[in-house]
Design a protein around this ligand. Structure first.
Ligand code: GDP
Length: 359
């Protein structure tokens, strides 16, 4: 990486490793290089290329993933430099792979397909250069023409997908409006990936939502009905986790989730308080939320995984001092009743608003 971002290179690579793991790949090693500016041909310098190449040979590596987005030319040059057998991809392609594996609803599948096509469009040259090489350069002109044809086909497909998405969204909105006319408030869980959102959902509802130590365990908005001890109820919606350096090309794939958030009665921000970068993660989530139309929605913050911190008492004391913070362990269930009470307290105002929708 050539940039020193908020989280630092190593933290970013750690997340990339988790992403690769989520995608079903086995990570055998990682490395980085600091350059004043990236090499225009190969992104990394020639010495680093050689170093990675020998690691590829020694370890039998099949895929090399770059943490930053690569151009079509860089992808091609790197594949050539690594020996042709190796697949080279970047963070964006990896995230899209994961989305593709996890897309459970029709809308999510459409959004992922769209993002993948838009990602492919400027990178189409790659396939045809391979073919040209195979044919000993005989199809050179043909390759160029074919790229244009393929781009046109891809653009048409993108247009069709966009229309279909629009229609799916309209139907979902109708469904949501129906749901909102029931006097049950909607509570949305937001937060960094791996914060423990689906674990909390499970703890509260016994719903069988996938919870595992992997990124994107919950791509699609998942809603469950929660009944509290005093007979009150609310709908709890899980959303896909935030990640750092979310490529702009995949932001659209989050839209369904984000739209859902803007119609909730309460936002619950789940934080993994045991994470060394909890503070930065809170800021990153707040920043994204501030860009959405959700400023009028009440919020509650949950410091999760208190069972995992070294100093639980001081963390709990700190939480008590603050307004709007509840300490829990979604895993053990500690603090979950207090969480429900806090949700109820917060919902008092918005109940009026939801009930007002009933004719
Ligand atoms: P999500 O991505 O926010 O939905 O996070 P998950 O619910 O999938 O949780 C991510 C990982 O953290 C899983 O391995 C959970 O078992 C673990 N986890 C969640 N909550 C807690 C907690 O309160 N304490 C501990 N120790 N681990 C937790």
């Amino acid at each position: 990486s050539n940039t020193e971002d908020l989280f630092g290179v190593e933290e970013s690579l750690k997340e990339l490793t988790q992403l690769a793991d989520t995608a079903g790949l086995m990570v055998v090693g990682s490395t980085y290089q600091k350059l004043v500016s990236p090499n225009s041909r190969t992104y990394i310098g020639s010495g680093k290329v050689a170093e990675i190449k020998s690691a590829i040979n020694a370890l039998g590596v099949e895929t090399v993933i770059f943490d930053d987005e690569l151009s079509a030319g860089q992808l091609r040059n790197l594949e050539k430099a690594f020996g042709g057998e190796v697949r080279v991809c970047d963070r964006t392609a990896l995230i899209l792979d994961i989305f593709n594996q996890r897309a459970a609803t029709h809308e999510a599948a459409l959004q992922v397909a769209l993002a993948q096509m838009e990602y492919q469009l400027p990178r189409l040259t790659k396939m045809w250069t391979h073919l040209e090489r195979q044919a000993g350069g005989k199809v050179k002109g043909m390759g160029e023409k074919q790229i244009e044809v393929d781009k046109r086909i891809l653009r048409t497909q993108i247009g069709v997908l966009k229309k279909e998405l629009e229609s799916v969204r309209k139907h979902r909105k109708q469904y949501r409006n129906q749901r909102l006319s029931v006097p049950v408030p909607v509570v949305s869980l937001v937060g960094y990936t791996n914060a423990g959102k689906s674990t909390l959902l499970n703890q509260l509802t016994g719903a069988n939502v996938l919870a595992e130590d992997r990124l994107f365990a919950t791509l699609d908005p998942t809603t469950r009905r929660v009944q509290t001890k005093n007979g009150k109820e609310f709908l709890l919606t899980d959303t896909v986790g935030f990640i750092q350096k979310l490529p702009t090309t995949v932001v659209a794939a989050f839209r369904a989730t984000l739209e859902e958030i803007s119609e909730s009665s309460l936002l619950v921000h789940v934080v993994d308080i045991s994470h060394p970068l909890a503070e930065q993660q809170i800021d990153a989530v707040d920043k994204v939320l501030s860009e959405l139309d959700v400023s009028s929605i009440p919020r509650l913050m949950v410091w999760n995984k208190v069972d995992k911190v070294g100093n639980p008492e001081s963390i709990k004391l700190e939480a008590e001092k603050r307004d709007d913070v509840v300490c829990i362990s979604a895993l053990s269930g500690e603090g979950v009743n207090e969480f429900c009470n806090a949700v109820q307290e917060k919902l008092k105002d918005s109940m009026v608003w939801v009930e007002a929708l009933i004719p």
